[in-house]
Design a protein around this ligand. Structure first.
Ligand code: SAM
Length: 266
């Protein structure tokens, strides 16, 4: 019997639109109907009940204890995902935000939503904050990371996390806006093989942020000109990623969902 499938929370749920709960119920039905031993289950209420229990238990176990997001703004995604993580048994949601004024607005909206004690907004540049979380031992590995901040920092922040050993098999990354405004360096990296990444790493770390193929406007947004990433590193090219584009119907933008599935040693 195959294990029930897990998905990261859906980004595009809006009032009146299908929610994470709707997704879960559909996954439950699809999983049960796909079981090889369906004929043995048919006509046995207790077996159906056991399967529903098993599905719920597995989904809860697959919920991250800590979900981290890069880029809080006024807290829309922190409220949406924070609520989903808390409802599914998670422990906390960390939201990293550069702009103190926006963080303050987000805090008030989170308090209003009743999530003020569950979602922790950490003010500062993401790479500096991630480094603190690593050095203090507060975060020992990435479970689920939502990346939605300065586009040229997607890749440099990921490489910093890799460098510190925080990306491990099972880590899931969900990167927003990968088509609009787009993020070619990030997409190329997470879709590369270990061999391709090892080859690229021979040239050493990229200087500064990864801006290739991005519009000037994107490069200039949010961050003061001349800012440099906290750490220049090639990351860990030995991590094996499985990566796919998730484009909700009717949306021109998409999220790249990347799962670390192993470490290649040879
Ligand atoms: C697209 S908005 C985030 C939207 C939010 N995730 C949502 O869906 O509701 C990007 C946010 O990232 C923040 N930001 C940009 N660069 C950052 C950095 N290096 N570290 C932390 N936050 C950053 C910006 O100040 C801005 O609030």
């Amino acid at each position: 019997m195959s294990a029930p499938p897990a998905e990261p929370p859906s980004r595009h749920a809006r009032p009146g639109e299908p929610s994470h709960e709707d997704d879960r119920t559909k996954r439950l039905l699809k999983w049960i109907l796909s079981l090889d031993n369906l004929d043995e289950i048919r006509g046995h209420p207790q077996k159906v009940i056991d399967l529903i229990d098993e599905f719920s238990k597995d989904e809860r176990m697959m919920t991250p204890q800590t979900m981290i997001e890069l880029g809080c703004f006024v807290g829309y995604s922190a409220i949406l995902f924070g609520d989903a993580v808390r409802r599914n048994g998670g422990k906390r949601y960390l939201s990293l935000e550069l702009n103190a004024e926006w963080a303050n607005i987000a805090q008030q909206l989170l308090d209003l939503a009743g999530l003020g004690d569950f979602v922790h907004i950490l003010i500062g540049r993401s790479d500096t904050t991630l480094n603190k979380l690593y050095e203090t031992g507060d975060v020992k590995s990435i479970e689920l990371l939502f990346i939605d901040h300065y586009k040229p920092a997607y890749l440099t922040d990921l490489k910093q996390l890799e460098h510190h050993g925080l990306i491990v098999p099972g880590s899931v990354l969900a990167a927003d806006n990968v088509l609009y405004p787009g993020n070619p360096p990030y997409l190329e990296y997470v879709r590369s093989t270990v061999e391709q990444k090892r080859e690229a790493a021979k040239k050493g770390p990229t200087k500064g942020y990864s801006t290739e193929g991005m519009r000037e406007r994107t490069v200039q947004s949010f961050m003061p000109e001349g800012d440099m990433p906290f750490l220049e590193t090639v990351g860990n090219p030995n991590l094996v990623y499985k990566s796919e584009l998730r484009q909700p119907e009717g949306h021109k933008d998409a999220i790249e969902v990347t799962r670390c599935v192993g470490v290649q040693t040879e």
